[in-house]
Write a new protein. Structure first.
Length: 116
């Protein structure tokens, strides 16, 4: 984690991170397929089983989003946001705006790579 806003974010920045690999948790699955992860109720038994232990140890937010930043099928980062209550973590229009921001970032990276 490089940057964040919110309550206790500095503690989170020092601790957050996870191994990307063949894990069967929702984060690794999201990265593997390159799809956004929107979880309105992380404490639901079905979702709890799919979240890694580090998530509960470090974050344990009731609802969150995770948007992987993929360049040439490689995850180079992600946007993560959570909320302190269950329910949709953001509106569809907000998700669209975050997706556009992410896509602009990916296009800028690809453009920069092509200029070398």
């Amino acid at each position: 984690v490089r940057f964040g806003y919110g309550e206790k974010v500095q503690q989170l920045i020092r601790k957050a991170g996870f191994n990307v690999g063949r894990g069967k948790d929702l984060f690794n699955l999201s990265i593997r397929v390159g799809k956004d992860l929107i979880v309105p109720d992380a404490r639901n038994d079905d979702k709890r089983q799919l979240l890694p232990q580090w998530y509960f140890d470090m974050l344990d937010a009731p609802a969150f989003i995770f948007l992987p930043i993929m360049v040439q099928k490689v995850c180079i980062g992600a946007f993560y946001a959570d909320r302190n209550q269950s329910g949709p973590p953001l509106r569809e229009s907000e998700h669209n705006h975050l997706s556009m921001l992410r896509n602009q970032l990916v296009l800028a990276i690809k453009y920069r790579q092509s200029r070398r």
